[in-house]
Design a protein around this ligand. Structure first.
Ligand code: A2P
Length: 339
């Protein structure tokens, strides 16, 4: 029978979706343990005809847990991830805590599943596997099929990121602020320091000495690791927009080998986990609303970059659900590869 599974952060935006995805894909767990903070301990949750009680996360939580899905923030992962791995659990971590560590595979199953080939459930040996940043996942789902064909030499990305990346409380704040602004009241700013509804702002992660914020540097560094290509040039600008749960990205590519837009459209049309929405006549292209709660990353605006000579440049626009493919779905797909 299947593995024993624990969800760490089961009450959060990603935690709840992890459970939806496990159920939706008939993941064959033998037992499920739901872990969160003391605030949630004791709460009852009905899931797949079974009543669960949320337990408080502690050092003893991982005894007999085969797969631990972590989504309770970086500090919880840092503290409990290695501990769970030492106790024999395979940790699939949604935070940025271990992503750039040597020896920790950083995996998008459609892109680089080989990176985790040495980790086996039946060995009963613990391990850490990192889920990439949500913007990186959505970007590389759209770009890797083209990279395989023509090798990307430089990528310029601009993101339009949803509230969900900052957790359930940020989504609630966007909803509350929208109501408040429509009613002529002053918007409540707890999660972000400024008005979010009817506004947009540079990503809330801290800005480094080089002028890039942490989210942007995650896209740069994680792309190099996932593609195993330290030479690829990547630059990013990450922006929060008042959208609930799907990220959008404008992506400009420069290739080493020629790739024309028709071939690109064909390649993306056959790529796993990607749908092409690219109807110029109807001006119909991907939107964050239509990918919300969906698995696939939508790609459109596929066009030759007219600023580059010949067929060496392309522009794309991609949208993907941040909680699903950007987090929960990707983590469950990793778990499926362990089975
Ligand atoms: P809780 O609801 O008990 O606070 P989100 O990303 O949506 O903000 O969710 C964060 C998740 O991480 C929640 O499930 C939250 O549980 C959990 N979490 C936060 N702090 C802790 C902690 N100290 N121990 C265990 N889980 C935590």
């Amino acid at each position: 029978s299947g593995p024993t599974v624990a969800v760490v952060g089961a009450t959060g935006a990603v935690g709840v979706e992890l459970m939806n995805v496990l159920a939706g894909r008939d993941f064959p767990y033998r037992s499920l343990k739901l872990l969160a903070s003391r605030r949630s301990a004791g709460k009852h949750v009905l899931f797949e005809d079974h009543e669960y009680v949320i337990e408080e996360l502690n050092e003893e939580s991982f005894k007999d847990v085969d797969i631990a899905l972590f989504s309770a923030g970086g500090s919880i992962s840092k503290k409990f991830g290695p501990l769970a791995a030492e106790q024999g659990s395979i940790v699939i971590d949604n935070s940025s805590a271990f992503r750039m560590d040597d020896g920790v595979p950083l995996v998008i199953p459609e892109v680089n599943v080989d990176a985790m080939a040495h980790i086996k459930l039946r060995n009963k040996k613990g391990a850490l596997i990192a889920n990439p940043n949500c913007s990186t996942i959505i970007c590389l789902m759209a770009v890797t099929p083209l990279h395989r064909y023509a090798k990307v030499s430089r990528m310029v990305v601009s993101t339009y990121q949803a509230a969900s990346g900052a957790g359930a409380a940020a989504m609630a704040e966007l909803e509350l602020q929208t109501r408040e602004v429509l009613e002529g009241r002053k918007p409540t700013c707890n999660i972000f320091s400024r008005q979010y509804a009817f506004n947009l702002f540079s990503h809330n992660t801290s800005v480094k000495e080089n002028g890039y914020n942490e989210e942007e540097m995650k896209m740069v560094n994680e792309t190099k690791k996932i593609w195993n290509d330290p030479e690829v040039k990547v630059t990013a600008t990450c922006i929060r927009v008042p959208i609930m749960r799907a990220h959008s990205e404008s992506i400009n590519l420069q290739f080493q080998n020629p790739l024309n837009e028709n071939t690109a459209r064909e390649i993306l049309g056959k790529a796993d986990g990607v749908v092409v929405i690219d109807d110029r006549a109807a001006n119909n292209f991907p939107t964050p609303i239509e990918v919300s709660s969906k698995d696939a990353v939508a790609v459109g605006r596929i066009r030759q970059d007219i600023s580059q000579e010949g067929c060496y440049g392309l522009d794309l626009f991609a949208c993907g659900d941040q909680i699903r493919k950007g987090a929960a779905l990707n983590a469950v797909q990793i778990a499926e590869h362990l089975l």
